[in-house]
Each structure stands twice: as structure tokens, then as C-alpha cells.
Design a protein around this ligand. Structure first.
Ligand code: MG
Length: 500
């Protein structure tokens, strides 16, 4: 099927210029995937060199006068298709960013973050603020410098958020958290005062055989029609999804040997990320818009599958059925018990272990600290205590050591300021997706009970996936869900689920 997305000669020329950039992206993705999965450890040094040379090459190609001129010309062009406008929008953003950030700053950030990563590992291991805290201080000053170079209208943190979530701002983030946190607190109180959703579960300590757990995940993916000829699953220390092209998407999971729901839910989560990439219109392949539009929208897809589908009552029956068949020692656990197991709730220190209900408290905390650091309202030296105070305020628990507090995440050591809000955006948007889908089709429980996942996939393809990055995230949400971010759907979802 021939689609006329790209016909303007200027755009055709831009896309021609983009091909080598796309190819380097492709190679870098494969390099990254391999680094996290199968690479022999001693290859890391040469790999690092190859990687950084490719990145430099890509940067040069992006800033080549030819491409810049073409994009500049195309910016005012009339009569472009939505896809052509999308190409110009995405490339213009990338070029502007590359132009605004001096090589020196990028190099310094790369150098500091490489060392900071080592320091972070040491600090976390010993649970001591130093040596990481001093690096954090340097990283924060570089991030603040970056925000100034990139520019912003209202808040310096906006400049950093925008990289991960185009058009999202500190103000919008604050509004979002102000709306959801009091409601989450209420729901949490209700759950804690009641026995239905347990604090802990026997199955958390049940030790599983990794080979059999792999079989469980295989079967879950089979239920979801994970397309084996275009995608694969491997094992890595931190689960992730990466796409080479639209017909080669990789997900990973990890096997800790206990608490089997963790590997199952993380596999479903990554499936959601993968599906987004897999369902993008093939005609967008090899163009700047042939990929997911933002971290928040991407995370909405993974959270939709993980929480709204994977943690539903109907899907718990599917998981329960598979567990009882593959691990006969679990045959005493009925569907209801599995539902309670995958939905246990307890305030805890570690974000990645958090349940559906407490997860966003962890993000609110990071959002607040990042926003204050970038604005210069707090000093990095204050972060360890500030973290603990906020944790107490939000979840009523106080970390006993820094490894349970500000040292737990890798993000700051990598200089990824502005990334965290996308996790909460994802949960909020996922609930909007659910509401809209139910409005236009059927109740989610009914669809899942019938195992009609094709209906869900089709709806997501038509409303969100197929466009890739054609529309900016805010525009996409308005177009497909009828409105931009609106936390009320998420609040309603939480109330319905947890106020039983
Ligand atoms: Mg994710």
C-alpha cells in the first residue's frame, strides 16, 4: 500500500540527508542492546570508543550546513502533510538543541558523568553520601548551565523536561502532582486500614527455577501475540526495550529467583514499549518520525499493559492459569490470590520495587528535588536529608540509610535531570487511554476476559502508535484522546480499584 506521506521535493531531500543519521542511530541501538546483554566484559573499552566516535559523527551530520539549510527552508513551507511537518518539527528540535549546547559543555558532562557513575556505585555500596555527592554537585551545575543555554520561558527545569517530554513544563508537572498526590494518599489510607490488598504475600519469598520462569514469560508473551519474527526477549540486569527498526524490536527482563510477579510484570511492561514501536506505520520507517514521540507517551504504553491490563482481575486469571500449569507447586493459589499478590500495597523505600499505588509518590519526591536543585533553591549538600524528610512526609517512612534514599537511582549520575516526570505522566496518560478506549469500545475487563487483545492492540495502533512522532505529544493527546494530560481519569481509576 503506497502512502503519500512524503512528496514535497524539499522534504524528500531532507529525508535523503537523514538516511546516514538514521543508520548511525540504528548501529548505536544495536551496540547499546549488545552492551546490556551478551557482550564479553573486556570488550567495553573498545566498544566505548566506537560508540563515542559514532555519536560524534552523527552530531556532525545533524549540524551539517546542508541539512540545516534545508530544515530552515522547510520551516515556513506551506502545504506540507502532517507527516512532513512532523519531520521538520523533530529535526528542527534536534538541530536547535545541538546548536545551543556547546561541545565543551557536552564533553564536560560526559566526563563528569562517567566518573560520577563509578562514584555512585561506590557510594551506594557503602551507603555513604561521598564520593557521589560531590559529583552530583558538579552535575547539577552543568545541568543548570545547560538549562540556561537551551532557554525557557518560566522555569529553568522546563528546558530539561522538554527534552524528554516536548511541551511539558514544571508548572504542568506541579499541577499534575498537586492533583494526584492527595487522592493517592486517601486511597493508600483506605488500603492500609483494610486487609483486602495485602502488605506482603507468601509468594514474594517463593523461590522459582529460572528456566521455568522463562517458560512462564514465554507463555504470557504468547497470550499477547508478541511477534517473534520482529521482536525478541533476552535477559539483562535492568529491563529495557530498544528498537533498531520497526521490524526489529528487543525487550529484556531479569530473573531474581524470587517474587516471580516482578519478572512477569516487567515483561508485560516492556511488551507495552515494544508494541508501540512495532505498530508505527511502516511508511515512516527510516525517517525522524518513525519512533515513539516522547518518554511520557512511551511510558503510558508500558504502564497501560503492566498496570491496567497486567494487574487487572481478568489478567490475574491468565497469569494464575499459567503459573499453576508451569509451576505445579503453586496450584493451591487461585485467581483471587494471584490478583492480591500482583496488587499488594506497601509504602517502601525503593522506587523500582514500589507497587502501583505508591509508585507516584516516589516520582513526586524526585520531581520536587530536581525542580529545586535546578532553580538553585536547595544545595546538593541538603539533598540526602531533604530526600528523607520528603519520604516521611509523603509515605510516612524514613530511610535508615542513603542507599534506601537518594543513592538508589542511576539517573542523576547520568545527568538525566527532567526524565523522572515521564514515569508519572505515563501512569496518568495510561488511565486516559483506558477511559477513552472503554468509551469507544467495551469495558477493559470484558475485553481481557475474552482475551481479545487484538482489539486493544488495534485501538492503540489507530489512536497512538501508527503516528510515531508525527504529532507533538500534546497535539497527539488532544487529537486521539480528546484532551491533553488530565489527571482526573487516573484519580478515578485509583478510586475505583482501591476503594472497594
Ligand atoms: Mg518503561
Amino acid at each position: 500500500m503506497e502512502k503519500k506521506y512524503f512528496s514535497d521535493p524539499l522534504i524528500i531531500e531532507i529525508l535523503e540527508n537523514y538516511k546516514p543519521i538514521w543508520s548511525i542511530n540504528y548501529a548505536i541501538s544495536l551496540i547499546q542492546w549488545d552492551m546490556e546483554t551478551y557482550m564479553p566484559p573486556e570488550g567495553i573499552e573498545e566498544r566505548g570508543k566506537a560508540y563515542s566516535h559514532l555519536a560524534v559523527l552523527q552530531h556532525r551530520l545533524l549540524l551539517s550546513p546542508d541539512l540545516q539549510n534545508l530544515v530552515e527552508k522547510a520551516k515556513g513551507r506551506e502545504g506540507l502533510t502532517d507527516q512532513e511537518k512532523g519531520v521538520v518539527r523533530v529535526l528542527d528540535r534536534e538541530i536547535e538543541r545541538a546548536k545551543k549546547l556547546p561541545e565543551k559543555l557536552i564533553a564536560e558532562l560526559r566526563e563528569v558523568t562517567t566518573k560520577a557513575h563509578e562514584a555512585w556505585l561506590i557510594s551506594r555500596e557503602r551507603s555513604e553520601a561521598e564520593p557521589f555527592l560531590s559529583y552530583l554537585d558538579r552535575i547539577v551545575s552543568l545541568e543548570r548551565e545547560m538549562a540556561e543555554k537551551l532557554g525557557y520561558e518560566e522555569h529553568p527545569y522546563d528546558a530539561l523536561i522538554d527534552y524528554f517530554e516536548e511541551g511539558f513544563t514544571t508548572r504542568k508537572g506541579k499541577e499534575m502532582f498537586d492533583a494526584i498526590i492527595p487522592n493517592l494518599k486517601r486511597a493508600l489510607e483506605k488500603v492500609m486500614g483494610d486487609d483486602y490488598f495485602p502488605r506482603c504475600h507468601y509468594l514474594e519469598s517463593y523461590r522459582y527455577d529460572v528456566e521455568r520462569a522463562k517458560k512462564v514469560n514465554e507463555r504470557v508473551l504468547e497470550v499477547l501475540s508478541f511477534p517473534r519474527r520482529r521482536a525478541r526477549i533476552d535477559v539483562s540486569p535492568h529491563p529495557f526495550t530498544i528498537n533498531m527498526g520497526q521490524k526489529d524490536v528487543r525487550i529484556t527482563t531479569r530473573y531474581e529467583g524470587h517474587d516471580i510477579r516482578r519478572t512477569i510484570l516487567s515483561t508485560i511492561h516492556e511488551y507495552g514499549h515494544a508494541l508501540y514501536e512495532l505498530q508505527i506505520d511502516e511508511a515512516l520507517s527510516g525517517t525522524p518520525i518513525g519512533t515513539g514521540v516522547s518518554m511520557g507517551v512511551h511510558e503510558s504504553q508500558s504502564r497501560f499493559w503492566e498496570n491496567i491490563v497486567g494487574r487487572s482481575r481478568a489478567f490475574s486469571s491468565i497469569i494464575g492459569g499459567i503459573l499453576r500449569e508451569e509451576l505445579p507447586e503453586l496450584k493451591a493459589y487461585d485467581d483471587e490470590e494471584i490478583y492480591r499478590y500482583v496488587n499488594l500495597v506497601r509504602p517502601s523505600f525503593i522506587r523500582v520495587d514500589a507497587d502501583e499505588l505508591t509508585y507516584n509518590f516516589h516520582i513526586a519526591l524526585r520531581f520536587n528535588i530536581e525542580r529545586m536543585l535546578i532553580a538553585g533553591e536547595v544545595k546538593t549538600a541538603e539533598v540526602p536529608e531533604l530526600w528523607n524528610n520528603l519520604m516521611d512526609e509523603l509515605l510516612g517512612i524514613r530511610p535508615r540509610k542513603y542507599s534506601e534514599g537518594f543513592l538508589q537511582d542511576i539517573h542523576w549520575s547520568q545527568g538525566s535531570f527532567g526524565y523522572f516526570p515521564s514515569y508519572s505522566l505515563g501512569t496518568v496518560i495510561a488511565a486516559q487511554v483506558k477511559a477513552k478506549m472503554e468509551d469507544e469500545t467495551r469495558k477493559m475487563d470484558e475485553i481481557i476476559e475474552k482475551r481479545d487483545f487484538a482489539a486493544i492492540r488495534e485501538w492503540l495502533r489507530e489512536k497512538i502508535h501508527k503516528y510515531g512522532a508525527t504529532y507533538a505529544p500534546r497535539e497527539l493527546l488532544v487529537k486521539s484522546l480528546g484532551e491533553d494530560i488530565n489527571p482526573s481519569y487516573y484519580i478515578k481509576y485509583i478510586e475505583e480499584k482501591y476503594s472497594r
